[in-house]
Write a protein that binds this ligand. Structure first.
Ligand code: ZN
Length: 415
């Protein structure tokens, strides 16, 4: 049994409780064994000096696109599939390096990548993949130009998960089952227009309630759920009526829709960071982006005031995907740093169905922990800066230690 102790930490535990200083966090076999006042005699194989830093649960991101390494109309980028594979691997590694120990891929990443990480073949966060986006003809995931007849987007199962363009209850059901067969842990549908797609108005309502409900029924039968891309309230109401559990973006929320989301016990995952990071767009897409940017903050405020659980999702795409925790910084401007951190830890864990294992610094949970310079409640920007996260523990293993804070143990090992 390996025993690691993080000594003298100031702990922001992810529950929303006030920080507590002077804690020793004891990790045994990848789990948090105990959290106790610092100073008691202890023995450990590895000691991490937490002086001047804050210990947090490993960050989580409910809306990543680790497989979308290129432009919207060329998700695999300009190079070869080898180039693509190497780039995706680098994006996965970067997410962990930045302190994200669990991420939910919101579409575009083949589940084989999640299996490669889980098997230890490549370094990365625990990944909950959605596989291919499921979209309707002319929907947000149908990236053909208006004059193009044929779909250029073909998946290569085991490597590339491009959008599935399907229409009708049977086709949606089949596409959803296919994603689960390939290893998706939840199903992603586009149910409203989007910003970066070429032909669909933002206000368009995509899929019928019956089509969405078909995917929900497939997901529930598998013990999981549906997340939907939805900007407008009519689209969100369709998704709630159909039983979707996770509403992504939710940028144009009205009071009636907020009430329905709350009554359904669903989650909202606002995505603020991506609005500041859009790729070069045409005039029509630029107009859609401006509309979304203006509405998103007001919608977040309304959802927060109502008490709907707010997940945290960055929605970053492209070849860089750096500073992912900028989502927490953006959200903190609206709801404060503590609520923003809880969103990216405990609330996401509840959304993922992993609240018994991750999301808070509590005994019994996986030792997915990060050490952040200074006090992120005083200065939340630190968490998104390249040198803000000092140390990352993934199930008790040190995967980043910029300042060499870990050292060989003291006293007798627990053996
Ligand atoms: Zn997205």
């Amino acid at each position: 049994m390996q025993r690691l102790v993080v000594r003298g930490a100031r702990v922001v535990d992810g529950t929303g409780r006030d920080p507590v200083g002077g804690r020793d966090v004891i990790v045994e076999d990848g789990r948090i064994a105990a959290i106790q006042a610092s100073g008691a005699p202890l023995h450990a194989d590895i000691v991490v000096d937490a002086a001047g830093a804050t210990l947090l649960p490993g960050l989580t991101d409910a809306h990543v696109h680790l497989g979308l390494a290129g432009a919207p109309t060329k998700p695999q980028g300009e190079g070869t599939l080898v180039d693509y594979a190497l780039l995706v691997q680098a994006l996965i590694e970067r997410a962990l390096h930045e302190g994200f120990t669990t991420v939910r891929d919101a579409g575009g990443l083949d589940p084989a990548w999640a299996r490669a990480v889980a098997a230890g073949r490549i370094r990365g966060p625990r990944i909950l993949p959605s596989g291919s986006f499921i979209t309707q003809t002319g929907g947000h995931g149908d990236m053909r130009a208006a004059h193009e007849a044929a779909h250029g987007f073909v998946s290569i199962p085991g490597l590339v998960a491009n959008p599935e363009v399907v229409d009708g209850v049977d086709a949606v059901r089949r596409a959803a089952r296919e994603q689960l067969r390939r290893g998706a842990t939840q199903i992603k549908l586009f149910v409203s227009g989007g910003v970066v797609s070429p032909t669909d108005p933002l206000e368009s309502i995509q899929f019928t309630v019956e089509e969405i409900a078909a995917a929900v029924q497939v997901a529930r039968s598998w013990g999981t759920y549906v997340l939907v891309h939805a900007h407008t309230s009519p689209a969100m109401r369709n998704a709630i009526a159909a039983g979707a559990r996770s509403i992504e973006h939710a940028s144009m929320l009205d009071e009636e829709t907020v009430g329905q989301i709350q009554a359904a016990g669903a989650f909202v995952v606002p995505t603020l960071l991506v609005i500041t990071r859009l790729p070069p767009l045409g005039p029509a897409e630029m107009a859609k982006a401006a509309l979304v940017a203006d509405a998103s903050r007001a919608s977040l405020g309304l959802a927060h005031a109502t008490g709907i659980p707010l997940g945290s999702g960055s929605d970053l795409t492209g070849a860089e995907q750096a500073g992912r925790a900028g989502e927490i910084v953006e959200k903190a401007r609206e709801i404060g740093p503590m609520a923003a951190l809880v969103s990216a830890t405990r609330v996401n864990a509840e959304l993922f169905g992993l609240a018994d294992r991750i999301g808070t610094v509590e005994a019994g949970k996986d030792a997915d922990l990060i050490l952040v310079r200074g006090d992120p409640l005083e200065r939340i920007e630190t968490i998104a800066e390249p040198d803000g996260v000092l140390l990352v523990l993934q199930r008790g293993a040190i995967v980043r230690d910029d300042e060499g804070r870990a050292s060989a143990g003291i006293g007798r090992s627990a053996g």
